[in-house]
Design a protein around this ligand. Structure first.
Ligand SMILES: NC(=O)c1ccc[n+]([C@@H]2O[C@H](COP(=O)([O-])OP(=O)(O)OC[C@H]3O[C@@H](n4cnc5c(N)ncnc54)[C@H](OP(=O)(O)O)[C@@H]3O)[C@@H](O)[C@H]2O)c1
Length: 261
């Protein structure tokens, strides 16, 4: 493969789970710009609409699917719709998750309902969507790419009530390595990105607090908060031929934050 063609997604079909979200919407548009046909899956109709507009502005016709990706039947139906429309599924990006700041409790008192909610949101969706997508990739016989979104919290603790989120993201990172070993025989690579704070609506309330933002920036060697666009280079690498011998890796994208730990 020529270096200039390595990052092209021409002829590929990608599904973005959580494609209506702050990060997923930008990644969906970026994958399209790189040439992919795109299926956007999210449970929220209005968010789906706005991501579709972003993609349509790029001259592509996205497939928009409203589904709850904690539900295996809905995930399999979304994958079947994608294959029916585009002929295959080559890439899945798992961009559902978060919620960490909404359920902060001391570890010894962490309530089971909050634990289950965070696990479903971050871990079950990743498992269920990937199982459905990978079955289609195996059936297609052309290999594939799985890209998970973990977090720096998948590897670092923080004294701020994050028990469920660190457990869920740690599991997403572990599954990334596990799946890489199991699916290599099918030509499927599995990698993850692990960002720190990314400027999206989900963390807007925190970043709107000037003291919190200043404290965060002071700990980031590159001196600013990340943006969804900062994730695109790594996502493109992991979803394209540029990463054909890279699997089971978790790439931290944090402006150098974890390098200081
Ligand atoms: N933003 C950050 O600072 C940051 C940092 C590190 C890692 N991450 C990770 O990056 C990923 C994306 O984060 P984000 O900030 O883009 O979050 P987001 O804006 O909340 O996007 C997630 C999207 O997934 C949807 N969703 C939730 N549960 C679903 C389900 N069961 N089925 C289908 N769709 C569902 C959400 O819909 P609803 O709105 O209806 O819930 C939302 O549209 C998450 O895994 C997060 O943990 C984010």
């Amino acid at each position: 493969m020529k270096p200039a063609e390595m990052y092209s997604l021409q002829g590929k079909v990608a599904m973005v789970a959580g494609g209506g979200g702050g990060i997923g919407s930008k990644l969906a548009a970026g994958l399209c710009e790189a040439g992919a046909e795109i299926a956007i899956v999210d449970r929220s109709g209005s968010l789906l609409k706005s991501t579709c507009s972003l993609v349509e502005e790029l001259g592509k016709e996205p497939l928009s699917i409203a589904a709850d990706l904690t539900n295996a039947e809905e995930a399999e139906a979304a994958v079947a719709q994608t294959v029916a429309r585009f002929g295959s599924l080559d890439i899945i990006v798992n961009a559902i998750g978060g919620g960490a700041g909404k359920v902060l409790f001391e570890a010894q008192d962490y309530p089971m309902d909050a634990w289950q909610w965070i696990m479903d949101l971050n871990l079950t969706t990743t498992l269920v969507a990937t199982q459905a997508a990978v079955k289609a990739m195996i059936a297609g016989g052309k290999g594939g790419k799985v890209l998970n979104i973990s977090s720096v919290r998948g590897q670092l603790g923080i004294n701020a009530g994050y028990s469920a989120y660190v457990a869920a993201k740690g599991a997403v990172s572990s599954l990334t390595r596990q799946w890489a070993t199991e699916w290599a025989k099918y030509g499927i690579t599995v990698n993850a990105i692990a960002p720190t704070f990314v400027d999206t609506p989900q963390v807007a309330m925190l970043l709107d607090d000037p003291d919190f933002k200043a404290g965060l920036i002071s700990r980031v060697p590159l001196g600013r908060v990340g943006t969804p666009e900062d994730l695109m280079g790594a996502v493109l690498m992991f979803c394209s031929g540029a990463s054909q011998f890279i699997t089971g890796q978790i790439l931290t994208i944090d402006g150098g934050l974890t390098a200081t730990q």
